[in-house]
Design a protein around this ligand. Structure first.
Ligand SMILES: Nc1ncnc2c1ncn2[C@@H]1O[C@H](COP(=O)(O)OP(=O)(O)OP(=O)(O)O)[C@@H](O)[C@H]1O
Ligand SMILES: [Mg+2]
Length: 327
């Protein structure tokens, strides 16, 4: 079946003075798809989303959202979309419920079913009890949740979520994602979200574009991007790592090797099958730890660094390997 694009982006760029925040990106997002823009701070995610929402003029290139040109038909674009901004933008002086009501009126939602829909959204984000408090009395997480309710309220064709779950507790995050995941099937919504949480992209996106310094460096299904790397990583602790490494070099399923002072990091293709073989052939292994490949490894492959310094992937073994490099 031919998939229809909901968003078409051609050579889109945005410069701020000399800085190319978005640098000639090409992309198609299909109807009913959940699509992630994954990248580190300053990669250009928010700038891209702002252009797609018709809030920021591109310096060069075009983008078409829900069939409308983002520059020439920005009003129509805005009518077709819902946006959850990275920085909450609700009215502080109104209550949560009043904010939602105002949004409903702004989007011309018919009065029939409107209050019920607002109730549904308040339940979704767990703000029923605090719906009548002024937003300025909300906590950061509550503001974010209200923002999400507002973005979804009018049943937009395309939903943009810029770092939707930063600052939310894991339970709320899981709950809201459960709902967002159901939107394509239930309402035919297309969802584009940005994140620097690898797990979020891996878990919830049908496809992901990894973006760094304004450019898309890899695009595809998370599982395919990861499996293209050709293997998981094993960390082997041993007193004579050089000996281990030279043995490993002769094994054809070994993709790459890094040697530390008392540790070897090795990427093993088809790990489930090959790890036992590898271990049988090695002598002097003190311990071994296996780490399945993630999107962070994809990012490292293209950029030479991790997405986040503090990401769980940059864990114990990386620290050991890195601390040994300088010795
Ligand atoms: N209005 C602006 N004026 C000048 N520079 C800007 C402006 N907005 C963004 N930038 C710059 O453009 C680059 C991309 O910023 P952007 O906000 O798109 O990144 P991001 O990927 O959303 O990052 P984060 O993960 O921190 O939200 C950054 O270097 C930023 O400093
Ligand atoms: Mg941003």
């Amino acid at each position: 079946m031919e998939r229809k694009p909901a968003i078409v982006i051609r050579k889109l760029s945005k410069s701020f003075g000399k800085l190319r925040a978005v640098d000639g990106i090409n992309l198609e997002v299909y109807e009913g798809e959940i699509f992630a823009l994954l990248g580190p701070n300053g990669a250009g995610k928010t700038t891209t989303i702002s252009m797609l929402c018709g809030l920021l003029r591109p310096t060069k290139g075009q983008a078409n959202v829900a069939g409308f040109d983002v520059e020439k038909e920005s009003l129509m674009v805005r009518k077709s979309i819902g946006v959850v901004f990275q920085q909450p933008s609700s009215d502080d002086l109104l209550s949560g419920r009043e904010n939602l009501k105002m949004h409903a009126l702004l989007y011309g939602m018919p009065s029939e079913g409107r209050e019920e829909r607002i109730d549904e959204m308040l339940r979704l984000v767990g703000l029923v009890e605090r719906q009548h408090s002024r937003v300025k009395e909300y906590s950061g997480g509550m503001r974010k949740r209200l923002e999400i309710a507002r973005g979804i309220l009018h049943r937009p064709k395309i939903l943009f979520l810029d770092e939707p779950t930063v600052g939310l507790d894991p339970q709320t995050r899981q709950h809201i994602w459960g709902y967002i995941r159901s939107l394509p099937e239930k309402e035919g919504t297309t969802v584009v979200f940005t994140t620097h949480y690898l797990e979020e992209a891996e878990q919830f996106a049908d496809r992901v574009a990894i973006i760094d310094r304004g450019k898309i460096i890899a695009i595809g299904k998370p599982s395919e991007l990861v499996s293209k790397l050709g293997g998981d990583t094993a960390f082997i602790k041993a007193k004579q790592p050089q000996k281990i490494a030279s043995k490993l070099r002769s094994m054809k399923f070994v993709r790459s090797i890094k040697v530390g002072r008392n540790c070897v990091q090795v990427r093993v293709g088809d790990c489930a099958k090959n790890l036992p073989k590898m271990l049988q052939a090695l002598e002097g292994v003190e311990s071994i730890e296996l780490r399945p490949a993630t999107l962070n490894d994809v990012f490292i492959k293209y950029t030479g660094r991790g997405i986040r310094e503090d990401s769980p992937e940059g864990g114990y073994w990386e620290r050991i390997m890195n601390s040994e490099k300088g010795r």
